[in-house]
Unconditional design. Structure first.
Lengths: 335, 335
C-alpha cells in the first residue's frame, strides 16, 4: 500500500500527465497560437469552454461533440483550381496512352492539349465524369498509392510547394484543440472520399472512417482468385450542398454541434448544424488575403461564397476574416 | 520539482491508473469470463496478444485495429425471426389506419391478418419494401424514438424479455476486451442502420458513426421552414453478402483485421477480412444450443449458415460452438 499522501500526489501527477498527453502542450499555453485575438478566436474558445463545462447549462457529453469541416478552402487551399481537379487532369495525361479516344473527345482533348477553357466548356457533369474515370479501375489501396505518388511530385503553381503543405496552420491547431476537448473531428467535403483518405490522416489526424466525401462506385470481386474491392467509374453520391447533411446523416448519424465551411456548398451543412437545439457554432473562412493566399468570395467559380455570406449575420455564423484573424496561413516549410 | 524516485513512482501509478481505466478491471482478471476455456477463447486471446505486442512480428498499430461484427445472430439473437422484421410487422399494424389500401395488398394483408405465410410468399423484395415503408416518413431522431418506444413494450415470444436483453453476454465482453486493447469496434450488418443506431450505442457501446448497415433514402428538406433530414421509403443499399465489404470500404476505408459473423451473409466479409496481409482472424457463431438459445445452420431461412460453415476449416475461420464455448448466453435479467 502506498501512503495516502503519496497516492494523492501520484494521482495529481497522473492527471497532469494525461492532460498533457491529450493536449500535447503544458496547461495554460495558448491552444490556438496562429489565431489572432479577434472575434473568431474568442467565439471558438468561448464555445469550447461552454460545451465542456461539466454541470454548466451548455454542457455537451463527449459522444455528441461532433465537429464537421469542409476541406477545399476550409482546411487547405483551393485556388487557382481545386487540387483534386489538378490531380484528375494529371491522371488524364498519365492515362492518355491507354485511352486513345481521349485525344478527340472533350473534355479529355482540352485537358491533354492544355486548353482548359475548352475542357471546362464541356460542363460540370463532364468534369465529374473525368473525376470518376481517373479515380477508378483499381483497389482503394492501389488508389492510395497513386494519390501519394502524385503528392510527392506535384507542386502548387504559385507557392511551389507540395499541395499537402498548403493546409491552414490555424485549422490544424483548431482540430487538435477540439480533439483535446473531447470532440470527434470529421471531414465532410465535396471531394472524393478516397482521394482525401489517402493523406487526411497523416496531415489532419482525421482517420478514413471520419472522412466523408463524394463517392464513386465500389464493387467486391475476385481478381485472379484474390478478393478485393474495385473502384468503379460511376459517381454514386455528391457530398455537396444539400448532400452534406445527407452525408452527415448516413455516416455520422448525429447532428454536428460545430461546422466549418467556406463556400455556398457548405450552406446546408451550416444550416443543419446551427438550427439544432442546444449550443451550436457555425463558421466560415472568408478568403480576404490576396497577399498571403487568395481573396475571393461572391465572384469566383472555385469556392464561391455568396448566399452563405449574405446569410451569415442573420444565422449567427462567424465569418473568419483570413487576413485579420490568421497570424499565419501555412505551416513552415520543412527543411 | 519532484524528487526523481517519487516521479518514477508517480509515473508507474499513473500508468496503472490509466490501464485500469481503459480495461475497467484490475490487471490479471479474466477479460472473457463468459467464454469457456476452449479453442475460440484461446484464438481470441492469442490474436489480441499478438497484434498488441509492441515490437512483435504481428504487431498492428492502434488505428488499424478494426474489428467488424455482424449483428443478427452474432451480437444478438435472430430467431424465430429477425427482430427488425418483428418491428416492421408491428409498425404495419400501428400504421394500418393511415394506409387503408394495406388491408387488401400483400404482404401487408397477410401481416395484418397474422397470415405470415401469405405475407412471406410475396417474396424477399416485397418484405424489403415493407421494411423501407415502415422505417420512413420521419426524421432520424423521430425514428429513434419510435424504435425505442417499441423496445420498451415488445417482448420476445419465447424468452418473454425485451429484445435488447437478448444480446450475447460473451460478445459484450469481447467488444469491451477488444476496445480495451485499442480496437475500434464496428457493426456491419444487413439490418437498417437507423434501426440499429437507436439502441446499439447504449447496448454495445458502438456509436452511430461505427454502425454500418443497409440504408433507406435520406433527404434534406425544410418542414415548416425548419431544416431536417427525412427518411425516405426507398432501399438504397443492402449491406449483406458482397455488400458487406463494400459497406466496409465506403464507411471504414480500412480492411478489418478481425471479423465476426454467423451466416452466409457474412461470407464475403470474412473472406475480405482474412485474405488481407498480416495477422487476421475470422470467427463464426455456430448456433448449436437449442436449450439455451436455438440450434440451426444449413437448414433455416433465418441466419442460414451453409457455404461459410463448409469453407471455415479451409479458410481458417474459427467456428464458435455456442453450446460448448459460451458459459452464459444472455446477460442476467435486470431486477
Amino acid at each position: 500500500m502506498l501512503p495516502r499522501r503519496l497516492l494523492c500526489l501520484a494521482a495529481l501527477v497522473a492527471v497532469t500527465l494525461v492532460a498533457a498527453s491529450l493536449t500535447g502542450q503544458p496547461a495554460g499555453a495558448d491552444p490556438l497560437p496562429s489565431w489572432n485575438d479577434g472575434p473568431a478566436k474568442k467565439a471558438l474558445l468561448d464555445f469550447v469552454a461552454r460545451v465542456t463545462k461539466q454541470g454548466g447549462p451548455d454542457f455537451v457529453p463527449v459522444p455528441e461533440r461532433v465537429a464537421t469541416f469542409d476541406n477545399d478552402g476550409t482546411l487547405w487551399c483551393e485556388h487557382p483550381v481545386y487540387f483534386e481537379v489538378v490531380f484528375s487532369f494529371d491522371r488524364v495525361k498519365a492515362l492518355a496512352d491507354k485511352n486513345p479516344d481521349w485525344k478527340t473527345k472533350q473534355p479529355y482533348k482540352g485537358i491533354l492539349e492544355g486548353d482548359y477553357k475548352a475542357a471546362l466548356a464541356a460542363g460540370e457533369k463532364a468534369i465529374f465524369g473525368v473525376i470518376a474515370a481517373t479515380h477508378a479501375g483499381m483497389t482503394p489501396t492501389e488508389f492510395d498509392g497513386v494519390v501519394r505518388d502524385w503528392l510527392k511530385v506535384a507542386r502548387h503553381p504559385r507557392f511551389k510547394r507540395p499541395y499537402t503543405d498548403l493546409v491552414y496552420q490555424p485549422q490544424l491547431e483548431l482540430l487538435a484543440y477540439l480533439r483535446a476537448n473531447g470532440f470527434k473531428t470529421f471531414i465532410v467535403s465535396g471531394g472524393e472520399a478516397g482521394f482525401m483518405r489517402a493523406w487526411a490522416d497523416g496531415v489532419y489526424g482525421i482517420p478514413p472512417e471520419q472522412t466523408v466525401g463524394s463517392r464513386i462506385g465500389l464493387k467486391y470481386e475476385l481478381r485472379d482468385g484474390k478478393p478485393l474491392l474495385e473502384r468503379m467509374p460511376t459517381l454514386d453520391f455528391i457530398d455537396d450542398g444539400p448532400g452534406k447533411p445527407v452525408g452527415i446523416g448516413r455516416f455520422i448519424g448525429r447532428r454536428p454541434i460545430l461546422a466549418f465551411g467556406n463556400s455556398d456548398g457548405d450552406y446546408e451543412m451550416l444550416q443543419y448544424t446551427t438550427t439544432g437545439t442546444g449550443p451550436r457554432l457555425g463558421l466560415i473562412v472568408h478568403h480576404t488575403d490576396a497577399e498571403r493566399e487568395y481573396a475571393y468570395d461572391r465572384d469566383t467559380h472555385v469556392g464561391k461564397l455568396d448566399k452563405a455570406l449574405t446569410e451569415a449575420p442573420k444565422a449567427g455564423w462567424v465569418v473568419v476574416d483570413m487576413k485579420k484573424e490568421w497570424k499565419t496561413i501555412f505551416p513552415p516549410e520543412k527543411p
